[in-house]
Design a protein around this ligand. Structure first.
Ligand code: ISE
Length: 335
């Protein structure tokens, strides 16, 4: 069976998914592109010949050509796409965040639980990155003793126009709130935010870089430098400190060239290249899960909800409060 996928929202992320599904994913085709901007829709549809263009998810679903849905609109529009897709009983890969806050995420969980099993996978693609996976394995195997601390850096070259202060948490640190507890196999207890010296090159309305500190229930202490005006390139690194060693991941691969008294290695400039393999593996394994009937093979809506709770604590922490992350009971549906 070839899975006909509707990609909803074809900004940079959605357009990247369309290309990936069309060019590099086995067992899938882009059957529908849902996008209200006609020029953007036409430009992206041209990269996936055979796809039909719609302005709303309901029309695409009514056309009877959609087996699965990728949600790549801005986060505040996710609920409006997730609800009809769940209503139609379709498998969904939803870009992060699941929704814009925990109460709307909870509504999604309630609706999803009316189905026979989880249908939503959340696009926390870092869980498919080979180095994060290796680090998790080292933690799980205990080969370096217990994990004690994690130092992470998440640096973007520059913030886009639409980037606002809350996005430091909801759009960017959201990844660390998912992947670092996953690596450490422990939930976030509380969150604190400290501000660095302001970067004169940051957009005026942004107060950053920030240092996000969180303690996991296991006691592991995590610090994340979130910096969206790093200028030199796109860099996401993690250094994990164990009882008997240190593991560092995320440094650029490829040739290191020594020349004229200096050594040089290329750095990434955006996430689509830094995490290209992780995105490809995520989408391929989701399509495989859809074809096998498993529907989800990766972080699910419950994970998305837990991260939404962490983001709320992170937003409160940006206002100076050290904030506890609520830890509700996981419904049996997600176990
Ligand atoms: C963006 O939305 C992403 O998901 C990137 O991975 C992240 O590095 C960036 O900060 C976000 O704005």
């Amino acid at each position: 069976m070839t899975v006909g996928v509707a990609v909803v929202g074809v900004g940079p992320m959605g357009a990247d998914h369309v290309r990936r599904l069309h060019e590099r994913t086995n067992g899938a085709l882009v059957s529908a592109i849902v996008e209200p901007d006609p020029a953007r829709a036409a430009a992206v549809a041209a990269t996936a010949p055979g796809s039909a263009v719609f302005t709303g998810i309901e029309q695409a679903l009514a056309a009877g050509i959609v087996d699965a849905v990728v949600v790549a609109t801005a986060g505040q529009h996710h609920s409006a796409v997730l609800m009809p897709a769940l209503e139609a009983g379709l498998p969904i890969l939803c870009e992060k965040p699941l929704t814009q806050d925990s109460s709307s995420s909870w509504q999604i969980l309630e609706r999803e639980q009316q189905l026979d099993r989880p249908h939503i996978q959340v696009g926390f693609m870092r869980r498919f990155d080979a180095e994060y996976r290796q680090l998790r394995q080292i933690v799980m195997a205990g080969e370096l003793g217990e994990l004690l601390m994690i130092h992470a850096a998440h640096r973007n070259p520059a913030a886009p126009d639409w980037y606002t202060q809350d996005r430091l948490i909801n759009d960017s640190v959201v990844h660390e709130f998912d992947v670092l507890p996953w690596i450490a196999d422990s939930s976030i207890g509380d969150v604190e935010v400290r501000y660095g010296r302001p970067n004169a090159h940051s957009p005026r309305e942004l107060r950053e870089p920030i240092l996000v500190l969180f303690q996991l229930e296991s006691g592991v202490l995590v610090d994340v430098e979130m910096n969206v005006s790093a200028d030199f390139g796109y860099q996401v690194t993690t250094e994990a400190v164990f009882e008997r060693g240190v593991v560092r991941i995320g440094d650029p691969a490829g040739a290191q060239v020594w020349r004229a008294g200096a050594s040089r290695r290329r750095e990434h400039v955006d996430y689509t290249t830094r995490f290209r393999d992780a995105y490809d593996d995520q989408v391929q394994s989701w399509i495989d899960a859809v074809r096998s009937g498993a529907l989800v093979n990766g972080p699910n809506a419950w994970d998305g909800y837990r991260v939404a709770l962490a983001c709320e604590a992170g937003l409160a922490a940006m206002n100076g409060m050290r904030s506890q992350v609520r830890s509700p009971q996981r419904p049996a549906f997600y176990s």
